[in-house]
Design a protein around this ligand. Structure first.
Ligand code: AMP
Length: 173
């Protein structure tokens, strides 16, 4: 029987309800990307040079109220990442002699980066697996932002609130 002549069955309504509900409650999570976070927080990336001192680094971390800096050379190319955790470890190793050291002495050189179109769920997985809380965002070999695990959790919380509201509205009518 051609599709257009098929009688309407009760099962059709059930199928439709199921599909609609799953789209409403899941679609935003599935498609949320790094770019969604950058749209909210902007693309500012605080950086430091490899030859700068840890003293300069801690001042920037304090003044900008952030937990990590990307390390770039004079051309802007990514050389590493320096987080407050690296500095704390150095403080334990060399108490009273930490601040004059250079950034390049303790930075992490093998930086894991994200791309703007990457889904947030894979970013969270990589952060959890790698045990770090910061990820520089790179597009066409250029730094375009920095996201933290806090940004991702905040975004997800907002989504959950939004979804809860949608479900309440469905119930209340
Ligand atoms: P965090 O949790 O981000 O403060 O960093 C914990 C450790 O992971 C420090 O040694 C950082 O240098 C390093 N780290 C932070 N972010 C990254 C990243 N995106 N890729 C590689 N290492 C990182």
């Amino acid at each position: 029987m051609p599709e257009s002549y098929r009688p309407h069955l009760r099962k059709d309504d059930e199928d439709e309800r199921t599909v609609t509900q799953s789209i409403d409650t899941n679609v935003s999570t599935k498609h949320a990307t790094v770019q969604n976070i950058l749209d909210r927080k902007g693309g500012t990336v605080f950086s430091i040079r490899p030859q700068d001192t840890l003293h300069k680094a801690v001042e920037i971390l304090r003044d900008q109220r952030i937990g990590a800096l990307v390390v770039t050379d004079a051309t802007g190319a990514l050389q590493g990442i320096l987080s407050e955790r690296d500095i704390v470890r150095k403080l334990a190793d060399a108490p009273g002699r930490t601040l004059p050291h250079k950034v390049e002495d303790i930075m992490t050189r093998d930086v894991v980066v994200a791309t703007p179109d990457e889904p947030l769920v894979t970013v969270l997985q990589r952060m959890t697996k790698g045990r770090f809380r910061h990820m520089p965002v790179v597009a066409s070999n250029e730094l375009v932002g920095m996201i933290t695990i806090g940004d991702v959790v905040q975004y997800r919380l907002n989504e959950l609130e939004h979804e809860a509201l949608q479900i309440k509205q469905l119930i209340v009518g």
